[in-house]
Write a protein that binds this ligand. Structure first.
Ligand code: GPP
Ligand code: MG
Length: 288
């Protein structure tokens, strides 16, 4: 990391960035869905889940039903992070990774646990950085997993220092060209970038009402599918795997919609995915 000071003035460069930092700085109030799920295994995520749920959970009643729903949603979110990590390629303990938009740190801790490697996470939310560094101390891994108040568009990491970089549902907050240029700079030649994202479908033309609803709910700016591949190609990142995870994402939203943890955004995701105006994609690309 560079010695340059990273203050709110240098890290948050636009009104939009200040607005999203404020949004995530305030998630510690009324954030039951993420905190209750995180409490299950001390891994706090800000992404969604994949895979089939156990239908028996919905047949349970009362407190048992609530507890089983929390555990099942958490299991699906961890399955999503595991799938992302499956695509990072061979990672050795001496490698260093970047979690771009690291939230409360869940995916970073899972990466360290799996590979024994170093991980740096960056977030423009000071609250998230402090929370995740507190978790690193609690897990006893703060010598390997560190979180920084930095902008993913300008991480300050040494060029070529990263064997892998990922974004777990964070690219809808940034300009893709700027982000991928920074990731390509930070990656070693032959390093891997993995992205899980929601993107709009160019084929349906323009932004659907459901996609606009999601954007408004999270103060984000969902990009069209084509924008990802244009920006990857423009920045020397060559896709090796592209998986449409949409069918695997729908059960999570169906279960969440029927749970006591629904936040009101569930129907927009279900509508967008089912009408085909929105895809949940995993993209893995090599820095060539
Ligand atoms: C989930 O965060 C992810 C985002 C808000 C980014 C937008 C993602 C898209 C695929 C459009 P969260 O876990 O804080 O959301 P929630 O509180 O709804 O679970
Ligand atoms: Mg969540």
């Amino acid at each position: 990391m560079t010695a340059a000071p990273h203050t709110a003035r240098t890290v948050l460069r636009t009104d939009y960035q200040r607005a999203i930092a404020a949004y995530w700085d305030n998630t510690h109030t009324g954030d039951e869905v993420n905190v209750l799920l995180g409490d299950v295994d001390e891994l706090y995520h800000h992404h969604y889940g994949i895979g089939d749920y156990d239908p028996a959970v919905l047949r349970a009643e009362g407190a048992d039903r609530e507890e089983r729903l929390v555990r099942e949603l958490d299991r699906l979110e961890s399955a999503q992070a595991d799938l992302l990590l499956d695509h990072l390629g061979p990672i050795a303990p001496e490698h260093r990774l970047l979690d771009a938009g690291s939230g409360r740190g869940g995916t970073s801790f899972m990466a360290h646990e799996r590979f024994g490697c170093g991980v740096d996470g960056v977030s423009i939310s000071q609250y998230q950085v402090d929370f995740a560094n507190g978790q690193a101390r609690e897990h006893g891994v703060d010598d390997h997993v560190r979180f920084h108040f930095r902008n993913m568009l300008d991480t300050g990491l040494e060029s070529g220092s990263r064997q892998a970089v990922w974004t777990n549902e964070t690219t809808m907050y940034v300009d893709l060209d700027q982000a991928f240029a920074e990731f390509a700079r930070a990656l070693a030649p032959g390093g891997r970038y993995v992205c899980i994202t929601g993107c709009s479908n160019d084929l349906t033309g323009g932004r659907s009402k459901a996609v606009s609803h999601i954007d408004t709910h999270y103060t984000c700016n969902i990009h069209p599918r084509s924008a990802y591949f244009d920006a990857l190609a423009a920045n020397g990142l060559t896709p090796i795997t592209v998986t449409d995870l949409t069918p695997q994402a729908i059960p999570y939203w169906e279960l969440r919609a029927r749970s006591h943890l629904a936040t009101g955004i569930e129907e927009a995701f279900l509508t967008a995915y089912k009408e085909g105006s929105f895809h949940y994609l995993l993209i893995a690309a090599d820095r060539v």
